[in-house]
Write a protein that binds this ligand. Sequence first.
Ligand SMILES: [Zn+2]
Length: 437
Amino acid sequence: MDILIKGTVIPVTGPGEILRDGVVAVRDGKIVYVGRPEGLNGFTPERVIGGAETAVLPGLVNAHTHAAMTLFRSYADDLPLMDWLKEEIWPLENRLEAADVYRGTILACVEMLLGGTTTFADMYFFMNEVAAAVQESGMRASLCRGLIGVAPNAEEALAESREFVAAWHGKAGGRISCMLGPHAPYTCPPEYLKKVAAAAAELGVGIHIHVAETRRETADILKQYGCSPVGLLNVCGLLDAPVLAAHCVHVSPADIEILAKKGTAVAHNPESNMKLGSGIAPITDLLDAGVTIGLGTDGAASNNNLDMLEEMRSAALLQKAAREDPTALPAYKALQMATIGGARALGMGEMIGTIETGKRADLILIDLRKPHFYPPHDVVAHVVYAARASDVRTVMVDGQVVVDGGQVLTVNVETVLDNIRESALRLVGRPRERSLL
Ligand SMILES: [Zn+2]
């Protein structure tokens, strides 16, 4: 179907490049024209979307999450990371069944789509169910099975990862790609990391891993191996693969140099880092060194939503506060991280992340006719500092309209909500005092 999109186009191809009263033409899932309406030749759209007071942006990329953890949203909060994981989250995860993961993931997909996120990078388990939910929702995703090298099933999980890559890499019309997902340096010993690196090279896929999330992790790795988490990954040859490194909160200047040299991309998760008290990643230093940075929400259990517009704002504000410098991480840089930065971090920079002729049509439309967008001084500042998920009206992925007028078209949202309540109730057993289950 030929679709024409009208509005103020923010293509994220450069800070000055904003097109007032512009158009984007979409044919066969691809962007075939971006520019002034006069330049459109022989394009007779079957549908026209948008118009005045609409901002048109590339779909947002959530570069690090565990989608099914929506099941644990607001279940256990305000706890230190290891207590939170060991006492609260892991016991519940042990009870998860495949159907729960499907339900949690499809809920996450609905939430993300409604907030303008079109692509996400996920690490979890029961990944066939995750892939099925992605396929059904119409989203784009880079998926990996989380691998715990110290677990008794470590070898089995790696074999399962190979099967998952064979089954899903490049599937769902090219919307699903796969990576290998060693959980973290503190859960995967060097020998295991080497095995994963070899498998990634053999399969031709990237690696998604948590790195240097807490001060304690960095200290423990130093004590155990005599180097930093980033240094350890480098020694193991892991960074020779395309790597998506989540967090990188506690990294040294030497680590940053390694990340830049190896072309390792970082997924920055400001809200999760704040909520778990992990610290503040040195994002401006990483950007100055030329490291590719995407933005992620992490799982809903440590956020507690998957709103990438909010995450952009948090990313910008956090760097300013940390550096006592209001010029640190300006709005446009935050927007770049949430779009093209994330796309590059997922190995999709050639395909999505900007609005350019030839790219796949992953686009979002934001309704600017709202009190919090008036007066219309600066549309980029509005999107980064004032917008919220509910301002997103239309979402297109791969040329298909999946959210129309603020409604998800691909999934029955009422059924999703009923199912998640049932799964959550079974998982927690007896609800807690403040629970509405
Ligand atoms: Zn994570």
